[in-house]
Design a protein around this ligand. Structure first.
Ligand SMILES: [Fe+2]
Length: 309
């Protein structure tokens, strides 16, 4: 077992506020800088996002792949101490050498879900490597996160999820509708802010859609996350996606999740069916493509991939 997720009622309940956990990954051979340099150079680049040589406070998460900055990737990973770089590998488990670590962490996550009766819908790893002083700007993510600090230290500021003064219904709809990842810091929100000092051996739980930002201290930082959804967070995503359509295309003021059981169920079922059909259409085959045309399921409303934060 690498993650110790026991002993926190907040984590057990996947609550709306964060908490610490502990882990045993700090000395893991695959997570040391030399191994990570090799990984960055060999891994497929479609899952790697980075910026280098950009003032950290001006970095926009999600724009990294289009505005990587002034340094090429190989230079950045070889000079993390002074390259002003921020690197993010989404799904490093596609690498055969990294896969066993995912399997191990997934086993910890499965055990956690079994113990607390959650139905896991998806999970993957995310590896962060960043220069001294790097900043991950204020944002939310579309899944729960267990982030383990491996090397260096950083400060995370976190605000509770599910507070519509901090994240308005319209912001969540635009986020899950894949329009923008920009999120304003609201006046007076300091009273809800909690600070987590992340050091090797410590991990932090970040709830689904909880606003957070991270600032590195004076060393290169390495962190590894396992990010995941449960049936409940998938349902919330689908309700916000439906509300985005209702508000922007039909001019409605949709009910927020939890206000109407039958509406929530209908919105969730619609997007579950939509996603399943999209999945089927991705399977090669004339009959399936024809079925897709017959059912009128066209392209998604926005392009896939990273969108602006
Ligand atoms: Fe995040």
């Amino acid at each position: 077992m690498q993650f110790d997720l026991s002993g926190s009622k907040v984590i057990d309940g996947l609550g709306n506020v964060g908490d610490f956990f502990s882990h045993r990954l700090a000395d893991h051979p695959l997570l040391q800088m030399d191994e990570i340099r090799k990984l960055v150079k060999r891994i497929p680049k479609n899952g790697l996002f980075y910026s280098a040589g950009i003032k950290p406070e001006s970095a926009i998460i999600g724009d990294w792949h289009t505005h990587p900055g002034k340094h090429p990737l190989d230079f950045a990973i070889d000079n993390m101490e002074n390259a002003d770089a921020y690197m993010y590998i989404l799904g490093p488990e596609v690498d055969p050498g990294f896969r066993p670590l995912y399997v191990e962490l997934k086993a910890d996550l499965d055990e956690f879900c079994r113990r607390n009766s959650y139905r896991l819908t998806d999970s993957r790893l995310a590896l962060f490597i960043s220069s001294p002083g790097a900043i991950a700007p204020h944002h939310i993510d579309e899944q729960h996160t267990f982030i383990a600090q491996i090397k260096g230290s950083k400060t995370m500021f976190q605000w509770p999820a599910g507070n519509h003064e901090l994240t308005t219904a319209q912001e969540l709809e635009a986020f899950f509708g894949k329009v923008t990842r920009k999120l304003a810091i609201k006046d007076g929100s300091d009273r809800w802010r909690k600070t987590y000092e992340m050091t090797p051996g410590r991990g932090v739980y970040i709830p689904f859609a909880a606003p957070h930002s991270v600032t590195n201290r004076n060393e290169v930082s390495i962190s590894l996350s396992i990010i995941f959804n449960t049936e409940q967070t998938r349902k919330l995503q689908n309700i916000y996606r439906a509300n985005h359509v209702l508000r922007t295309r039909f001019g409605r003021s949709p009910r927020v999740p939890g206000e109407s059981v039958w509406r929530d169920a209908m919105k969730n079922n619609y997007f579950r069916a939509y996603d399943y059909s999209r999945h089927l259409m991705g399977i090669p085959g004339r009959a399936v493509r024809k079925l897709g045309r017959m059912t009128g399921l066209g392209k998604p409303p926005v392009a896939a991939g990273h969108y602006r934060r």
